[in-house]
Design a protein around this ligand. Structure first.
Ligand code: CS2
Length: 502
């Protein structure tokens, strides 16, 4: 990681010793961090969890709990450890509401470890009785799932490798299975696994994935995990783009010390958690989390309305050369497209959500998307479409068709994603298609060129994305191909004008 700061005067680093020197306006832990012991291991320390679960837990520690600190684990790279360890795990959360900033230093991460060189130490920690919860934010693709069914992708290279060498895992299912096996061997009751990624019924899906992996490894271990490990479902929400150098500069200027990896986010946050924690849990409800019996209605509302409209904005914007969500929201047509997505396609598919007016929720989303303080790149949201489109929009489309209704905007989004795979926008600029299936997808796009039917037909054939039902539906196929032909021949602007004029 390179850190370029203009302000040479800021040479001191954020850390325990710097807390007392921070300007009075900067909130920071007032609890004694040295008196806090770890109760949670968190896997995947990206920006999102540091704007979300870590903040709820910081609130709990601020309220006086001392046994729910977090040890972060990264399965991929040492970058986050190398940035945060010299800061004693502290980092700054910069929450921005247009031009109003709020800065807070978060203290819930006590230590950070990396599997590449600390695997046995991490497994040892995971066998300790005081670790009662493992939380995860590893993105949709991190679970090695078949996105269309939500089942374990048994052909995934990391799964094949982990089944061949299960005591030295590199995949998330392999890692959780090995940790649970070792913990059982150590005579400890299993920790609760709390999946904080955007999958509908995330706890149920990941429970099935891990149980399946464990069964392929050893049927008895699979049975043990399936019967004894709790995987509560949860809905997570806070818009958190990747940190940019300008944000580091802003934080350094405000704090007077350097933070190698602050996180920028919006003021809004929401967390709904299924209340099933056999070994106990922090009082997250005191920090504003909703502890619920049934999380599914919240998950569907958030995944479809927020994430679904994000993907719609993202693909149309990337091909039109619009850089951020806030820019897309001042476009003359794009806000109308997502309004139609909500009103005509999505809202009708949702079960009632306790205490929530879903139409008002979509109006609040518009306000959140318009926040110019959060530079959320449309290209970032475009990542991993093969994993994101099924839970966000394709499942809703299948439900609509099966009840005799034709979705209007979802086929347009799918067409935009297909067009996006060409890797070149309408201004003639190239961008990278980031996706676990990128090689296959971009090859199909290259091969099909400007032949909409050929491109769509080849992509519909990918079962892991589209499943079997939607590609067999003539209404869906025709609608996608029509939009795709229009995007190819007339571009985004004219396609949207024609679509909105219908
Ligand atoms: C976004 C999400 O990148 C994306 O795909 O849709 O990260 C979104 O910002 C969060 O889920 C908001 O909670």
């Amino acid at each position: 990681m390179t850190i370029n700061l203009r302000n040479e005067a800021v040479s001191k680093r954020l850390g325990g010793a710097a807390l007392e020197m921070l300007p009075a306006a900067i909130e920071h832990p007032s609890y004694d961090r040295k008196a806090v012991s770890p109760g949670i291991v968190h896997i995947g320390l990206g920006a999102f969890c540091r704007a979300h679960a870590m903040v709820y837990t910081d609130d709990v520690l601020q309220n006086g709990a001392t046994d729910w600190g977090v040890v972060g684990v990264d399965l991929m790279s040492p970058a986050i450890r190398d940035a945060l360890k010299p800061q004693d795990g502290l980092y700054t959360l910069l929450s921005r509401d247009n031009d109003k900033d709020n800065l807070r230093v978060i203290g819930s991460i006590l230590d950070i470890m990396v599997t590449a060189d600390q695997k046995s130490e991490i497994f040892e920690l995971l066998c300790k009785p005081q670790i009662r919860i493992v939380t995860l934010t590893v993105t949709e693709k991190g679970y090695c799932q078949d996105a269309a069914t939500g089942n374990l992708d048994e052909k995934h290279p990391a799964i094949i490798a982990d089944l061949a060498n299960p005591t030295d895992p590199r995949s998330v299912p392999g890692f959780l299975t090995e940790a649970l096996r070792l913990r059982r061997e150590a005579g400890q009751a299993p920790f609760t696994v709390l999946v904080c990624d955007n999958l509908a019924q995330n706890g149920i899906k990941v429970r099935n994935i891990v149980t399946r992996f464990a069964t392929l490894r050893d049927a008895e271990l699979g049975r043990f995990i399936g019967e004894n490990v709790a995987f509560p479902c949860t809905m997570v929400d806070r818009i958190t783009p990747a940190t940019q150098d300008a944000d580091r500069q802003k934080v350094a200027d405000s704090l007077g010390v350097m933070d190698a990896w602050p996180v920028v986010t919006e003021p809004f946050r929401q967390w709904v958690v299924e209340d099933h924690f056999p070994l106990g849990r922090p009082d997250w409800e005191k920090a504003g989390a909703i502890m619920a019996k049934d999380v599914l209605p919240y998950e569907l509302m958030k995944l479809r309305c927020l994430n679904g409209s994000h993907s719609t904005l993202a693909y149309l914007s990337v091909i039109a050369g619009i850089e951020t969500i806030a820019d897309a929201m001042v476009d003359e047509d794009l806000p109308k497209v997502i309004r139609r997505l909500w009103d005509e396609d999505l809202i009708g598919t949702l079960p009632p959500v306790p205490g929530t007016d879903v139409v008002a929720y979509t109006h609040d989303l518009e306000t959140r998307f318009r926040n110019t303080g959060v530079r959320h790149l449309t290209l970032q949201i475009s990542w991993d479409g093969s994993q994101k489109l099924p839970p966000r929009l394709l499942e809703a489309a299948a439900e609509l068709y099966s009840s005799g209704r034709n979705p209007k905007v979802i086929p347009l989004t799918i067409a935009a994603w297909m067009k996006f795979l060409s890797g070149r926008n309408e201004l003639g600029q190239d961008y990278t298609v980031t996706d676990p299936h990128a090689a296959r997808l971009t090859e199909i796009a290259r091969d099909a060129g400007n032949d909409a039917a050929k491109l769509a037909t080849a992509l519909f054939g990918i079962r892991e994305i589209f499943g079997d039902v939607l590609p067999a539906n003539a209404h869906f196929r025709v609608a996608v191909i029509e939009h795709l032909s229009s995007l190819m021949s007339h571009g985004v602007r004219k396609t949207l004008k024609a679509f909105l004029g219908e």
